[in-house]
Design a protein around this ligand. Sequence first.
Ligand code: 1HN
Length: 369
Amino acid sequence: MTAQDIDPHPTPDLTALYAGLAAADLQPLWTITEDLLTPTPRPRAVPWLWPAATMKPLAREAIRLVPVERGGERRVLALANPGLGGRPYAVGTLWGALQCLGPREVAPAHRHTPGAVRFVLEGEGVWTTVDGDACDMGPGDLVLTPSGQWHDHTNAGDAEMFWFDGLDLPIVEALDGVFFEHWPGPGESQPAPPAHNVSESRAPAGRRYTPGGVTEVLSPRPAELLTYRWADTDAELTRLGLASDAPVLTVEYTDPGTGASVLPTLSCAVHRVRGHGPAVRRAGNAVHVVFRGRGESVIDGRRFSWGPGDMLAVPSWTAVEHVAEAADLFVLSDEPVLRALGLARREVLARPQPVVEDFSHTIGRRGAR
Ligand code: 1HN
């Protein structure tokens, strides 16, 4: 609505008022048409799926054609949600991507204020060095690079390596808090560390997983434990599964020193799906990455079918419902931020959702949209 719509026949004084406001870079609230206070969140990001069958051949071509040094020092394919107008974000507050390294490649060291997590999909013989500690990476492992810590990636093997990258970059960007530095040298990477996986033996003794999810607010200091092994995650889910008959089990990776989420901004969890899960919605965004198994999800009425390596955008307040016989999904979310600010909300819907749009056959083939 413009001032003209509200007052089709403005007095000269009123016309002068609106002109004065515009000239002073002021906007009267009564003329603002944008929905500022929506009854529930209206994320611009849409429910979406990026299939491994589409991403992996493109990643392999990128390994063949594009050196790792080019642009951002990383070979990363960013999930660009079609609702976000071309921005390279999976959902409004989260960066999600497929990162790949060819045999014997090294991604040089740098550090930045956005924090990152890596969840390994495929490959071996790779480590990420985080402030001098070489963290070995195998399938299903989670490796943290907390805000401000130097990190570089080394593939010492002969195979390609693929992992999911999750960053809080959109959050840090919204706060105008992005700082970035290249490694000053000597060399492109941090000096070869004398030992690997030091954080795992030096970490505090507290629990490393929390069934359901943590409730602690903000980790007050950077995580000391940098790597969570799939064998441990799997054992925790198996233990939980024996004690419950729920169709979806959840464990959240936990900072053993504080009992909080792994980063101040990012929560990492795994859903083990073994049936038809309830429809759940929460305030805040998430990305779900399929590690093992095949299944289907309905997100706000859109149905997607998925398999290993596929990645799903679950925007704020969309109802999400997973169905599988046996599948494990890695879940990245901005939950710690909402919890710290008193904004966390979660609702379990009484019924399964009606499927309004079926994407399960249109996405997943190369080029199909
Ligand atoms: C970054 O530093 C990495 O270190 C991956 O592997 C993805 C996306 C945006 C900005 C920095 C990495 C990134 C990134």
